[in-house]
Design a binder for this molecule. Structure first.
Ligand SMILES: [Ca+2]
Ligand SMILES: [Ca+2]
Length: 257
């Protein structure tokens, strides 16, 4: 069995203290992100975490216009889309979401989206970046995470027709593969809630984790995270440290044998 000199053990302790401090201070990386979106009849787009809306991106009450936002987004961020309709003719959320660095793209009809109903009525919806609106949306997110809202937590959305379908026609700026989606709650058609005016229990909130990673997994249907999220990039770095620790113990065992 080898015995390390005292100064060597001290250096090792300092090394690990430094490595662990460095890991804890590494923030989540940001990457350019592009959203092209419209909602019949209106929306507000936010980003945030599993339990809070932290940033207002934009809002629009005009469904025929596709609105595009280019911004930097932490790779472990969640997107939140607050929506309301006029409960007349049709309603839907249509969008495409692109990481221009990797070229990856998903749509409003991606099955990883979740939706929830607040039951608070369309007029009271948070449609700005004011502190009061961020606080209101965060409160509703946390209520839904705990299952205490009209949709009993976060549920799956229901896809209707593709971009180009009636009554909207094709809206340029969004791929034809994207589908209009809505929440099949309230008095909406369970098979296609985008058709026929209805009240799904608005205002609604759609959300998605931009990238599922070990430190920020896409939450399950009940809104729980599955595992406790780790801050920043500690997950992958932590694996490296664990591997280094294992290697050291193997070396010790080899030295001892
Ligand atoms: Ca629009
Ligand atoms: Ca409508």
């Amino acid at each position: 069995m080898e015995h390390q000199p005292a100064h060597r053990r001290l250096w090792n302790a300092k090394y690990w203290a430094c490595a662990i401090a460095l890991m804890a201070s590494v923030p989540a990386q940001s990457a350019p992100f592009s959203v092209s979106i419209t909602v019949d009849n209106s929306y507000a787009l936010f980003s945030g975490t599993l339990s809070a809306a932290t940033r207002f991106v934009g809002s629009d009450p005009n469904w025929p216009s596709v609105d595009t936002y280019n911004f930097d987004l932490p790779t472990n961020a969640y997107l939140y889309v607050v929506t309301a309709s006029d409960q007349s003719v049709a309603q839907g959320f249509l969008g495409q979401f692109t990481n221009p660095t990797t070229g990856t793209r998903f749509y409003s009809s991606d099955p990883a989206w979740q939706v929830m109903a607040t039951g608070l009525g369309g007029r009271s919806a948070p449609y700005s970046g004011s502190a009061a609106d961020l606080a209101l949306l965060t409160q509703e997110i946390q209520d839904a995470n705990a299952g205490g809202n009209p949709s009993l937590g976060w549920v799956g959305l229901t896809a209707g027709g593709s971009n180009g379908s009636s009554p909207w026609g094709f809206l340029s700026g969004i791929d034809a593969a994207a589908k209009w989606t809505w929440y099949a709650g309230g008095n909406c058609n369970k098979f296609n809630p985008t058709q026929g005016g209805c009240d799904a229990g608005e205002w609604l909130v759609f959300r998605i984790a931009v990238a599922a990673t070990p430190e920020n997994p896409i939450p399950d249907q009940n809104g729980s995270a599955g595992t406790v999220p780790l801050p920043g990039s500690i997950g992958l770095l932590g694996l490296g440290v664990l591997a280094a620790f294992s290697l050291q113990s193997v070396r010790r065992r080899l030295a001892a044998s």
